[in-house]
Structures are given as structure tokens and as C-alpha cells.
Design a protein around this ligand. Structure first.
Ligand code: SF4
Length: 732
């Protein structure tokens, strides 16, 4: 399974660099008056918005108002203290839909509480628990005393504030002091559970920026206007840091705080990748206007890092400055939560009832609905919504049992599978669905298109493998016309006259209609003539135009999907029906999907099977930039049971997709209403390019063994569910 490595797309506001401390390693602070004027703050926030930042990192010196001029300006701007001015800047950010994360140094409990109202998270580096450093690098910096810092960190815990802390490595501390610092953070986290991540930041010496604006230097470096500065010699008080030192810290942080993210700044060393491989989970805020603490070290771009991470099995994924488990009224003020619900709701973890509580969930309907569904009756939208939202274990078990019984009644105990080959002729696509990792622009380095020989070779391999079905689907290729689609069928027919051709999604047929000007019925007549045997019911995603608008605005609307599948049935072609779930959809949207499918089946009877396809997020826009995570196994099975119940007696066959959920979970789904394990596939690109990790090919023996392991007989079927061969379970 690709491991998610996260980062935050942020913008840094160094509201004031005036600081009361004199840390030897700091090139950010000044002891002269520095405070951005309100107009300047508004201008910078507009820039943040234009640069697509989701987080505003408010970074400042400690207690700037120790400076009289700063105090005078604060009063002139109408603020009784610096915290009030920071709160104002945060409100201005929230008004633009940008989530504030403040890092202001040591604060009183009261001030931490004041900022809770307008921040999504706060932060304070512990730096180190070493009091020894108060004589060296932290001399003259009273608030660098570990006890003072732990007080602020603890106060944030008591006030239920999602918090980021961390340690500085290489400022003269010993290995023992580093480990003790992590232990101190683990202890305060054990008290309050508020640490969302710990930063392991290696010290990098800086040139002095006396009289310069680090923010401007950082912005110039980040936008490539200036190159990286030459490495600086290590000062006498600092100690060199090796990769092995950092690896031990990553391991220790993971050991002490397994539920806390471990962040590594990717701009301060070249070892971020080996540290990710060691267990680091986050690359921090990749600030659009550079690193104001280390301005001469620009952040690598997400694109660069993704290219390094993906081949190693990591999925670089955007997060918000508040981690998903804290997106809850217990941890966030309503105003901040409302901003997330409005702008970033896809980042809110799925909690049974979906993310957007726009509809009431009638839990009281559940037990009656299960009984009615078991009898094959049509459920209302509220009943289906309640079932899709249900997470109570005993009710979920009732749903499982009812689905299992309905399966046994409609399809018996035999577990079927088909020996087939997938052929995705090309992934060139003009549609650009946010859930898709397969479709590519023509000029994309990942784009491909099989030629005639390549295609013939794959068809011949299928025949040699004993495949009875070839399933062909591709991206919507801008240069392909109806003749191209007919051509592939005729060629397959020529090479493998006995193989059933299950090809072309409703989206591809819609494209054929557009480029040919023919109706779906006319197109299907031509396709049948060329050899088409049946239609994949894909491109259904979720049959709710509200969802389609959000995940694939360029894809055919629900009514057109229904029209095309209905035309397929009217042309004498059976089809499957699918749902692609486990992304941003809500329970009531799945209820609508099942209403559409059931009513279509009641009209035509042309659907052979229903195939739930769980969303694979890793290398898709939704996964990369909208924080959508892969649905869990239990949730996947629970949905599967409800799909079976929603269909009633209209569709006998429900398939579990091993390429999406894994063969083990697919076999378990045989107890949740499933009677079919799909096909051998031989190749699979659509899920693989989205980041699926369950392989792309199975042997018939694997599918038979999975059925037998579930205590069920197996049978090889055709595409249209005629049984070709039985494989009874061998009883001891
Ligand atoms: S899902 Fe299909 S139509 Fe959408 S981008 Fe991917 S290949 Fe293209």
C-alpha cells in the first residue's frame, strides 16, 4: 500500500520579527521595531490567496511589544497588544478561506486561548529540554527555558488545541538531550493528546541578514529569482548532524508517539527521502513565499518530491494545517470548523454519516429497512441513507446477515469468476476526472497508446491464457472516431473469434455519439456488428449530478449514462453496473445512485451484475490535494452489504473487486452479500495508476482457492454468467 507522506500548501506571514530573545542560531529575529502595517498584511493575504495557500503560517518573534515602537504602532492600529493584532490577521485570513497556524513563541494560557478562536492549529518548538543550552545558544533568551515552553505546550493541550512542536538538532545538545526532549513531548502528549506532529529540524548555519527582510530573500529564493546561498561554516557552539542521528530520532519519535506525525523540513538537507523511508510522515508547510527562518533554502516543489516519492511507493498528499483527527468541535472553534466545512470538507474524515451534515440521518429506520430489504423490497431514500450511514456494530452485523441471506437466495453458495483479460488501449484522455490516476494529456510523459501489433499480441496472450472475455476500456482519446472503436473490435474478433468482447464504457459510447453524430442505438448497432458482446457499466462513479459536478464535471451526466446503458440493453447487449465509492460522496448520494440502478434494472432487466469499486486515492487529484483517504476495510464491507440490500431481487450477482480491496477482503466480502470475485484481468492500469497495491493479475487457482478458503464451492463463468466449470471445495 502506498504510504501517504503529507505536506501543507502554505504562505508565511512574518507579522513581526521583533523578538525578546537572542538565540545564537537565529537569523530571523531583529531587536529593532518590525511590524507589518495592516495594509501590508492585507496585501500579503491577497498574495497568499492568489498562490492557492490553504494555510497561513503566522511566524513572529517572541513578544515583539517589548519594543516601544512596536507598542506605539499596535496602539495606532487599534490593538491593545500583539496577540490582538495576530488575531486580527487570522480573522482576515479566515475571511479569505485560509486556515491560520500561529507560531508566536511562549504565550500565556490566556493568549493561547484567545488565539484558539481564530486558528486551526498552533505551534511552538520545544527546541530542547537541555537547560545547559541556557548558558550557550539560549543565553539571554529567558523564554527558551524548557519549562516555560512546556507550560505553553501543556496549556494548549488543556485548551484542546491541535498543536505542532518539535526539536532543533545540532545546536550543541547531546544525543541523550535530544532523546529526552522527545520523551518530554511524548509525556505532554500522553496527558492531552493534542500533538498532531513533531518536527525534527536540523540546524543549518545562516549568513546574517542584518538590515535585510528575510521574507523577501525567502520569496526570491522560492520563486527562483535567486539561487541557493553558499553553505556556511558551522559555528563553534553547534555540533554536526549526520543522517544516522536523524534516523535514530525518527525511529524514537515513532516509538514514543506512534499516532503523531513526524515532520522533516525537506529544504534543510538532502536526507528527507531516507528519513521518509525511516518513517517520517510529513514534509511540513511548503511555503509559497519561502522559508522565513532559512530564507536561503527554498522548498523543493511538490511535483519534484512526488516524482522522487512515487517510484518508492509513497504518495505525496496535501493536508491542512490541522490534522484530520482534530477536525471536530472538541478541538476547533465553530467559525474555523465552518471554514473547513465550506472550503475543505473533503479533508474531513468520513464518519459514517458522511462529512457534510446537510441531511438528517434517521437511525430509527435501520432495523425495519434491513428486514424489508431482506425481503427484496424497494427502500426509500431515507432508509437507504440510514443504512449507508450506519456504523453501530450490531446493526452492521444485521445488515451483513441480511445481505448474506439475500445472496444465498438469489445466487446460491457458488462463488463465480471469469477468466478474462483487461486491455486499456490508451490512457490519453480529455476529461480530467479528479478521482482518476489513469487519464493523461497527450503530451504527458505517462501517456501511452497501444499500436495494432501490441494490441494483437495482448489478445493472443489472452487466448493462450484461456480467457473467455476481453474487457476493453480507455481514456477519451481526442483523435479517436467511431471507426477506431469499431476497428479494435473487428481486430479482436479476427484474432480471437471465440472470445467475448466486453468493451467501451458509457463515456466512450457518449464520445462515439458526439464524434459520429449518431444516436446511442445507432452506435450500439455498429458496435454489435463489429463484435461487441456486452457493455461495462463503468463511468457510473456516483449517479448523482451533484457528486459528478465535484469529481468529474466534464463527464456525462446521470441521465445520459442511463440513456446509454438503456440503449445498450435495447440493442440486445447486457451490461454490468458499477459504483465508485469511498471518496467525497454522502450516504444520501449513494442512496440516489442505487435508486437509479434499481429502477433501470426494473425497466430493462439488462444488468448482469453489480460491481462496487472502492476509490483508490493515492495518485489522484482528490487524494493528492483534497485529503481524501482510502476507505477502510470494514467500511468497504459495510457498504458492500448495503449495495446488495439496495438491489433487492433485481440483480442476482454482486462482485467484489479484488484489485481495489485486495483478494483477502474480497473473500471476506463473500459473507457480506457477494457471490462473484470478478476476473483474472491479466493486466490492470486504471487502479494501478491511481496507486492500488493488490496486483494486476490473478490465476484462476487464486480465485478458486479464495472461494474454497471461505468454505464455498467455485465455478468459472462466462461474462453473461453461464457456468463453464465447477470447482467444488475439497472437504477433509
Ligand atoms: S476516469 Fe476515464 S474519462 Fe475520467 S479522466 Fe480517467 S480515463 Fe478519462
Amino acid at each position: 500500500m502506498p504510504r501517504r507522506v503529507t505536506f501543507s500548501r502554505n504562505f508565511t506571514l512574518s507579522l513581526s520579527r521583533t523578538c525578546r530573545c537572542y538565540c545564537k542560531y537565529c537569523s530571523f529575529a531583529t531587536h529593532r521595531a518590525h511590524l507589518h502595517e495592516p495594509e501590508e498584511v492585507e496585501r500579503l493575504l491577497d498574495q497568499a490567496e492568489r498562490r492557492g495557500a490553504k494555510e497561513l503560517l503566522v511566524l513572529t518573534g517572541e513578544m515583539p511589544e517589548v519594543n516601544a515602537e512596536v507598542r506605539r504602532r499596535l496602539t495606532a492600529y487599534g490593538h491593545r497588544d500583539f496577540t490582538s493584532y495576530v488575531a486580527w490577521a487570522c480573522e482576515r485570513a479566515l475571511a479569505r478561506g485560509i486556515l491560520p497556524h500561529t507560531n508566536l513563541g511562549v504565550l500565556s494560557r490566556k493568549d493561547v486561548g484567545r488565539l484558539r478562536e481564530v486558528t486551526a492549529s498552533q505551534g511552538l518548538m520545544l527546541e530542547s529540554v537541555s537547560e545547559r543550552l541556557m548558558e550557550t545558544v539560549h543565553a539571554g533568551s529567558p523564554t527558551k527555558h524548557p519549562a516555560r515552553r512546556l507550560d505553553t505546550i501543556r496549556a494548549a493541550g488543556e485548551l484542546r488545541i491541535p498543536f505542532t512542536s518539535g526539536i532543533l538538532v545540532g545546536i550543541g545538545e547531546s544525543e541523550e538531550e535530544r532523546m529526552a526532549s522527545l520523551a518530554a513531548l511524548a509525556a505532554v502528549h500522553a496527558e492531552h493528546g493534542h500533538l498532531q506532529e513533531v518536527i525534527l529540524q536540523n540546524y543549518v548555519p545562516h549568513p546574517s541578514y542584518y538590515g535585510e527582510e528575510p521574507g523577501e530573500i525567502a520569496d526570491a529564493a522560492q520563486s527562483g529569482r535567486t539561487g541557493e546561498a553558499d553553505p556556511q561554516p558551522l559555528p563553534a557552539w553547534a555540533n554536526p548532524v549526520e543522517l544516522e542521528d536523524m534516523r535514530r530520532l525518527v525511529r524514537e519519535a515513532r516509538r514514543l508517539m506512534p499516532d503523531v506525525g513526524v515532520q522533516i523540513p525537506p529544504n534543510l538537507s538532502d536526507w528527507w527521502l531516507p528519513l521518509v523511508e525511516e518513517g517520517a510522515t510529513d514534509l511540513g508547510g511548503l511555503s509559497a513565499n519561502g522559508d522565513h527562518i532559512s530564507p536561503e533554502h527554498p522548498f523543493p516543489s511538490p511535483h519534484q518530491m512526488r516524482k522522487e516519492l512515487a517510484p518508492r511507493g509513497y504518495a505525496l498528499t496535501e493536508r491542512l494545517c490541522v490534522y484530520p483527527q482534530y477536525m471536530d468541535p472538541e478541538w476547533l472553534e465553530q467559525g474555523v470548523l465552518d471554514t473547513i466545512k465550506l472550503k475543505y470538507w473533503s479533508f474531513i474524515p468520513r464518519r459514517g454519516s458522511g462529512r457534510r451534515e446537510e441531511r438528517a440521518i434517521h437511525r430509527d429506520l435501520v432495523s425495519g429497512a434491513i428486514a424489508r430489504a431482506r425481503d427484496g423490497m424497494t427502500l426509500s431514500e431515507d432508509e437507504l441513507t440510514a443504512l449507508f450511514a450506519e456504523t453501530r456494530p450490531e446493526a452492521v452485523e444485521d445488515m451483513r446477515q441480511a445481505a448474506d441471506e439475500l445472496r444465498a437466495e438469489l445466487a446460491g453458495d457458488t462463488v463465480t469468476f471469469v477468466v478474462n483479460r483487461n486491455i486499456n488501449l490508451s490512457n490519453v484522455c480529455i476529461v480530467g476526472c479528479a478521482f482518476c490516476g489513469f487519464g493523461q494529456g497527450r503530451r504527458s510523459p505517462d501517456a501511452y497508446e497501444h499500436d495494432r501489433d501490441e494490441f494483437v499480441g495482448r489478445v493472443e496472450e489472452a487466448v493462450a491464457f484461456g480467457a473467455t472475455e476481453i474487457c476493453m476500456q480507455s481514456g477519451i482519446h481526442p483523435a479517436w472516431g467511431l471507426e477506431d472503436y469499431l476497428g479494435w473490435l473487428r481486430l479482436a474478433r479476427e484474432v480471437a473469434p471465440d472470445v467475448h468482447l466486453h468493451a467501451y464504457s458509457a463515456m466512450e459510447v457518449d464520445h462515439m455519439c458526439r464524434v459520429s453524430g449518431l444516436s446511442p442505438l445507432e452506435v450500439f448497432a455498429r458496435l454489435r456488428e463489429a463484435g461487441l458482446g456486452s457493455t461495462p457499466g463503468t463511468a457510473a462513479e456516483v449517479l448523482h449530478d451533484g457528486v459528478r459536478e465535484r469529481i468529474s464535471p466534464n463527464k456525462l451526466p446521470v441521465a445520459r449514462w442511463v440513456e446509454i446503458i438503456e440503449a445498450s440493453h435495447a440493442s440486445g447487449l447486457r451490461s454490468t453496473a458499477t459504483v465508485m465509492f469511498g471518496h467525497i460522496e454522502e450516504p444520501w448520494e449513494l442512496a440516489e445512485h442505487m435508486r437509479v440502478v434499481r429502477e433501470l434494472q426494473e425497466r430493462t432487466g439488462g444488468i448482469t451484475e453489480f460491481v462496487p469499486l472502492s476509490f483508490i486515492p493515492f495518485h489522484t487529484l482528490l487524494g493528492r490535494t483534497h485529503g481524501v483517504e482510502e476507505i477502510g476495510r470494514e467500511d468497504n464491507l459495510r457498504h458492500t452489504a448495503v449495495f446488495r440490500l439496495a438491489l433487492g431481487r433485481t440483480v442476482a450477482n454482486v462482485q467484489a473487486s479484488w484489485v481495489k480491496m485486495g483478494l483477502d477482503a474480497a473473500a471476506e466480502a463473500l459473507r457480506w452479500g457477494v457471490n462473484d470475485l470478478g476476473g483474472t484481468l491479466m493486466e490492470e492500469s486504471i487502479s494501478r495508476m491511481a496507486g492500488s497495491y493488490h496486483g494486476t493479475r490473478l490465476e484462476p487457482e487464486d480465485l478458486i482457492a479464495a472461494a474454497h478458503a471461505a468454505g464455498r464451492p467455485a465455478a468459472e463463468r462466462t461474462t453473461l454468467y453461464e457456468v463453464r466449470r465447477h470447482y467444488d471445495a475439497v472437504t477433509a
